[in-house]
Write a protein that binds this ligand. Structure first.
Ligand SMILES: *[C@@H]1O[C@H](CO)[C@@H](O)[C@H](O)[C@H]1NC(C)=O
Ligand SMILES: *[C@@H]1O[C@H](CO)[C@@H](O)[C@H](O)[C@H]1NC(C)=O
Ligand SMILES: *[C@@H]1O[C@H](CO)[C@@H](O)[C@H](O)[C@H]1NC(C)=O
Length: 463
C-alpha cells in the first residue's frame, strides 16, 4: 500500500477522470500539469520496494545484494492524508516526511487531484534524515488559515525545510498560501498605507508567514511548482548553498503587501532561471550574505523588480557580491533592476551585472538608492553600504516616471557604474510626470548608445 506508484495513485483514486486526462495528455500533448503527472507515472512503472518500517512486513525474501536503491515513494495519502481541502492533513505530511527520511533518496508524494489542507510545519533534515529527498508536489497544498493551526513560534513561515542535504521540491502542483486571509487583516494595510512604503521587517512582525522557506539547505532544487497567494514572501532561501530554482511560477496580486517572490538571504551559489513571478513586492530580493547569484530568463510583473537589498538597516554590516542578472523582463513593475541600501550601514555591494533587461511601462527601470527608507524619519548618516561595480549592459524598453535614478551616498559614493547600450523611452500619457535621469555622487562611465544620456554620471577625469 505504501509507496505505490503515482500512476496507481492517480488511477486508483480518480480512475475515469484521470485516465481521461492521461489520454488527453497523450493525444494532445496536454498542458504542463498533465505532462507532469504523466511524466511521473512513466518514471514509476517499477513497483517500489517495501517500505523500511512497519512491524508487520516480513523481510524481503531471498536476500541478494540490493541494487543501488530504487527510490521509495511515500505518498501522504498512505499516511492518512484525506486531501479534501477541509480536513487538516498536517500530521500525515509530517509522518510521510519522517518515513521518507529513513530511506536515502526517497520521495514524498503529494499526489495530483487532491487538495491538502496543511498548517505550519517544519520538515527537518539534519542527522535524522537521509539526504536527497524529493518532495513531489503534484496536487495542491492549501494553507490552513484557522487560528488554532497557528500557534506562536510557527508564525514566520508555513512550510519549512530545515537543515536538508540534497532536497528537490518538484512537480506540477500548487502551494497556495491563501494570503488574502492575512493581507486583509494587516492593520497597516487597513489604515490605507501604501504597501511600497512598508518596512519588510516590521511587516514581518505582524505575523504574516512566508509560504515556503528552505533554511540551511545544501544542494537544493525547486522546480515545476506554482506558489501562489503567500501571506508574505513566497519562497525564501536562507543560509543555503548550491541552489537551483527553475520552471517555477509565483503568482500573487500586485497590491498584496510585502509578498516578495523569491527572497534570498545568506545564500551562496544560487541559480534562478526560467521562472515567472507576479507579486506585490520584489520579484527577487537578494539580501545580506549572498554571493555567486545568477538570475536569468525571469519574467517579473506585477511586482517591484529585482532588488539587491535593502542592506545595512539599523547600522548593519552587509555584503553582497557577484550577482548576475540577465535576459529578464519587467512588465508594469515599480523598478526594474535596483540596489537599495540604508543610511548608516557598512559593508558593500560588489560586482553586480545586469544585462539583457527588457522593460515595459516600468516606473523607474534602473535604480540605485542609498537613501532607502520606508518610513518618514530616516536621517542621513556618516556611513553607508558601498556600491562598488554595478554594470548595466543592454537595458531597453519603456518607462513611466524616470529612466535612471542613481542616488548614491555622500558617505560612500558609488563607483564603477557602467552604463552601456541603454535605450529607454517614456510611455506616452502614462499619467506620471516624466523626469530625466537623476544622479547623486554616482561615479562610472557610459558606453553609447545611452538613451536618454545620463550626463549626471561623474566620469573619470570629471570633478
Ligand atoms: C544534489 O542533489 C541531487 C538530487 O537530490 C543528487 O542527485 C546529487 O547527488 C546531489 N549532489 C551533491 C553534490 O550532493
Ligand atoms: C504586461 O502587463 C499588462 C498589465 O498587467 C498585461 O495586460 C499584459 O498582458 C502584460 N504583457 C505581457 C507580455 O505579459
Ligand atoms: C541626505 O543627503 C542627501 C544628499 O546630500 C540630501 O539630498 C537629502 O536631503 C538628505 N536628507 C536628509 C533627511 O537630511
Amino acid at each position: 500500500m505504501m509507496g505505490q506508484s503515482i500512476q496507481n495513485v492517480c488511477l486508483a483514486n480518480n480512475a475515469t477522470f484521470l485516465s481521461a486526462l492521461l489520454l488527453l495528455a497523450v493525444t494532445t500533448s496536454g498542458g504542463p500539469s498533465l505532462q507532469c503527472c504523466l511524466a511521473r507515472s512513466e518514471t514509476h512503472r517499477r513497483p517500489p520496494p517495501t517500505p523500511p518500517d512497519g512491524p508487520h512486513h516480513p523481510p524481503a525474501a531471498p536476500v541478494m545484494t540490493p541494487p543501488p536503491s530504487p527510490s521509495a515513494t511515500f505518498s501522504v495519502v498512505d499516511y492518512g492524508a484525506v486531501g479534501d481541502g477541509v480536513t487538516d492533513d498536517t500530521k500525515a505530511f509530517a509522518d510521510a516526511w519522517s518515513a521518507a527520511c529513513a530511506a536515502e533518496a526517497s520521495t514524498v508524494l503529494v499526489p495530483a487531484s487532491y487538495v491538502f489542507l496543511v498548517g505550519p510545519i517544519a520538515f527537518t533534515g539534519g542527522d535524522s534524515c537521509e539526504p536527497n529527498v524529493v518532495f513531489q508536489v503534484d496536487g495542491t497544498i492549501l494553507a490552513n488559515t484557522g487560528s488554532t493551526a497557528w500557534r506562536s513560534g510557527y508564525a514566520t513561515q508555513w512550510l519549512e525545510f530545515k537543515s536538508v542535504r540534497g532536497l528537490t521540491i518538484q512537480g506540477c502542483g500548487v502551494i497556495d498560501g491563501q494570503g488574502s486571509h492575512w493581507w486583509s487583516r494587516n492593520p497597516l494595510v487597513d489604515q490605507g498605507q501604501t504597501t511600497t512604503e512598508l518596512d519588510p521587517d516590521r511587516v514581518g512582525t505582524i505575523d504574516r508567514p512566508t509560504a515556503l522557506r528552505v533554511y540551511q539547505g545544501d544542494n537544493v532544487t525547486v522546480t515545476g511548482i506554482t506558489i501562489r497567494s503567500s501571506p508574505k514572501f513566497h519562497l525564501t532561501l536562507d543560509t543555503c548553498r548550491a541552489v537551483e530554482v527553475h520552471g517555477v511560477t509565483i503568482a500573487s496580486p500586485g497590491d498584496s503587501p510585502n509578498t516578495d517572490g523569491i527572497h534570498l538571504a545568506s545564500s551562496v551559489g544560487v541559480s534562478i532561471h526560467h521562472t515567472t513571478i507576479a507579486c506585490g513586492d520584489d520579484c527577487v530580493s537578494i539580501q545580506a550574505g549572498c554571493s555567486d547569484v545568477s538570475i536569468r530568463n525571469v519574467y517579473c510583473g506585477p511586482g517591484h523588480g529585482i532588488s539587491v537589498g535593502g542592506l545595512g538597516k539599523g547600522g548593519a554590516t552587509a555584503t553582497v557580491s557577484d550577482v548576475t542578472v540577465q535576459d529578464v523582463t519587467f512588465n508594469h513593475t515599480m523598478t526594474g533592476v535596483r540596489i537599495k541600501t540604508w543610511q548608516g550601514g557598512s559593508g558593500s555591494v560588489k560586482n553586480v551585472r545586469f544585462s539583457g533587461v527588457r522593460v515595459s511601462a516600468v516606473k523607474t527601470p534602473i535604480v540605485i538608492d542609498q537613501y532607502y527608507c520606508d518610513h518618514t524619519a530616516c536621517t542621513n548618516q556618516t556611513s553607508a553600504v558601498a556600491v562598488v561595480g554595478a554594470a548595466y549592459q543592454g537595458v531597453a524598453g519603456t518607462y513611466t516616471q524616470r529612466p535612471v535614478y542613481l542616488a548614491c551616498s555622500d558617505a560612500a559614493p558609488c563607483s564603477g557604474i557602467h552604463l552601456a547600450d541603454i535605450q529607454l523611452q517614456p510611455v506616452k500619457d502614462s499619467g506620471y510626470r516624466v523626469q530625466g535621469p537623476f544622479c547623486w555622487k554616482a561615479h562610472g562611465d557610459e558606453m553609447r548608445p545611452v538613451e536618454p544620456p545620463v550626463d549626471c554620471l561623474i566620469t573619470a577625469g570629471a570633478p
